[in-house]
Design a binder for this molecule. Structure first.
Ligand code: SF4
Ligand code: SF4
Length: 393
């Protein structure tokens, strides 16, 4: 049962200081009445490790937030595991590299917390799902008693916003995430599937969702944007409510997972409907110049004209959507985009100077923007349709 009346806690935090953040999370847990939630439980911490990035990039869970959370959990349980399936392959080698590169391995070692290297997963039925009734989910998540979801507040090229709900997509193993993009190429179906996944987890596990907006990401998130200080930490047991508040701070609405959440009764229609336990109001944290992704099309912040493509179906819709293009001056031919494209529509070709570079075959592209998300060199740019550009979208 997902209770739309669950309160969220919101506090001002201006720096990554472990003592300060620990005190804030501790106070939030108390304010939310969640004391005892973790006692003697197997707690799985689900960070956001979308790709190997340093914490300053604001793309991944900050190690200091993890450290603060671990200190609190260690007082309550000895069974803590950090588990995530990042954007690439789900292998021990990838996990090792991402844990280390994102700065989480050091924290885990310091506190003797287990980093997951079990790369198995299991099929799980999702009877309540509207769009997907079956998910492949990584084993440690399925074996958890409680999930602590350490999400980042970011803009997102496909979904407009990424926070607590979207972070659960990292419970799907490796390339299966690309298959989900291929299975649900339609934006609305994809958002509905993400809602199904989150619903499945919430119906089977208690969750504590902590959204880090101390240093958020604006622009071409979830990996290629720029850090933006919002100075806040938001938490709650209902990730939809956490996100309704989080997305309201950056003036983004129309986020498909949240719209779907509203339709299913998981959250109120707006942040005003959420009980926020805070010394300040969400308006005190809100900014009105948060940079939108270049794909801005389905969510507010783009004009009505920018959202025009969604009013058409099929091929016209696909043709009007912003499309990815390779910046050949930046592309180093690493092949990451080719490996992550769910439609296998990226080829590595050798240019006139004998240099290997990525090439996108437009006809097959479903505009999922995985290539932009996972390019380590920000070599995938987004190009708007000239007609949409001409009419001011
Ligand atoms: S576009 Fe990016 S990910 Fe793709 S080959 Fe070039 S550098 Fe690598
Ligand atoms: S080319 Fe990029 S946007 Fe198009 S289907 Fe492949 S990964 Fe998705």
């Amino acid at each position: 049962m997902i209770d739309p009346k669950c309160a969220v806690a919101l506090d001002r935090v201006t720096d990554y200081d472990a003592d300060v953040i620990e005190a804030v999370i501790r106070a939030q847990i108390e304010r939310l009445g969640l004391e005892g939630m973790f006692d003697d439980k197997r707690v799985v911490i689900k960070p956001n490790l979308v790709m190997k990035k340093s914490p300053e990039a604001a793309a991944t869970t900050h190690p200091i937030v993890l450290e603060a959370m671990i200190r609190i959990l260690k007082e309550r349980t000895s069974d803590i595991i950090i588990a995530e399936s990042s954007g690439g392959l789900y292998t021990r080698e990838t996990l090792r590299s991402v844990y280390r590169g994102c700065g989480l391995a050091e924290v885990a070692e310091k506190y003797g917390v287990t980093l997951n290297y079990d790369v198995t997963s299991r099929h799980v039925e999702a009877p309540s799902g509207h769009t997907s009734k079956m998910f492949d989910i990584i084993t440690p998540i399925l074996d958890a008693d409680v999930i602590v979801n350490l999400a980042k507040l970011k803009s997102h090229s496909l979904t407009g916003y990424s926070g607590a709900v979207k972070n659960y997509f990292g419970t799907v193993p490796g390339v299966t995430k690309f298959e989900m993009h291929a299975r649900f190429p339609d934006y609305n179906d994809f958002g509905s599937m993400l809602t199904d996944l989150c619903q499945l987890i919430l119906e089977t596990k208690p969750t504590f969702n902590l959204l880090d907006g101390i240093l958020a990401m604006e622009g071409n998130g979830p990996t290629g944007g720029n850090p933006r200080k919002l100075d806040c930490l938001i938490s709650g047991v209902n990730p939809f409510n956490v996100d309704i508040v989080g997305s309201s701070l950056i003036n983004v609405d129309g986020v498909i997972m949240l719209e779907e959440g509203k339709r299913r009764g998981f959250c109120p229609d707006s942040a005003e409907g959420v009980t926020v336990l805070s010394l300040e109001t969400p308006a005190d944290f809100a900014v009105n110049d948060f940079e939108k992704p270049d794909t801005a099309r389905n969510f507010s912040g783009g004009s009505l004209l920018a959202r025009l493509p969604n009013m058409f179906g099929g091929r016209l819709n696909a043709w009007l959507q912003p499309r990815p293009v390779i910046n050949t001056k930046v592309c180093v031919g690493c092949g990451e985009c080719e490996r992550s494209c769910p439609r296998h529509t990226i080829e590595m070709r050798t240019n006139g100077k004998g240099k290997k570079q990525a090439f996108i075959i437009d006809d097959e592209c479903i505009k999922c923007y995985c290539c932009q998300e996972l390019c380590p060199f920000k070599a995938v740019k987004i190009k708007k349709n000239p007609i949409i550009k001409l009419i001011g979208g």
